[in-house]
Design a protein around this ligand. Sequence first.
Ligand SMILES: CC(C)(COP(=O)(O)OP(=O)(O)OC[C@H]1O[C@@H](n2cnc3c(N)ncnc32)[C@H](O)[C@@H]1OP(=O)(O)O)[C@@H](O)C(=O)NCCC(=O)NCCS
Length: 165
Amino acid sequence: MTDDAAIRVPPAHEIIIVPPPEHQGRLALLQQCIQVRIAVFVTEQGFPLEVEVDEHDPIATHWLLRLLPSLEPIGTIRAHKVASAAGSYYKLARLVILKEYRHYKLGANLVLALHNWAKNHARESGVNDFVKIVCHSQAARKDSGGAVAFYRKFGYEEEVIIVTL
Ligand SMILES: CC(C)(COP(=O)(O)OP(=O)(O)OC[C@H]1O[C@@H](n2cnc3c(N)ncnc32)[C@H](O)[C@@H]1OP(=O)(O)O)[C@@H](O)C(=O)NCCC(=O)NCCS
């Protein structure tokens, strides 16, 4: 059997939802989510630190993926609801898995956890037909293939906007 064909067994882990705003324990866990994001987006990929934390972080729902039993944070994702003239939707953002833990389906598990949460959240708000989820993906980068093909696996469809100069 080649390495590619070998079954990759993920390390023992758990996915937790960071408690909502004003709840005890949110700040410390949110800080851990942000540290994992900084390790990937800033240290690994070179995006500026100044734009990493934004105005959505204080109100968004965040998931933290951590190893067991050490509770070492290795991944995160976040969602927040957007109300627009065209209808409301959930925005998926800031998905990362630390480099050494990729290709164990951990990123997929975070996306699916967010989808389940969005479905439940919408049902509790009286919606019973479908839920719209939007994400902005990185296109291909010099050092990686980007995440467009990753998101396609979950049914996301590309929408490209051409901005005229
Ligand atoms: C994108 C990312 C979260 C994927 O996490 P991961 O845990 O390695 O992905 P998974 O193991 O869950 O992969 C699920 C599937 O997507 C595929 N996949 C993973 N990364 C991919 C990529 N960059 N492009 C295309 N497909 C990808 C896997 O091969 C797997 O396919 P399969 O189900 O057919 O076997 C991770 O690579 C990452 O953190 N990248 C850097 C940050 C980033 O780009 N985040 C997205 C911001 S837009």
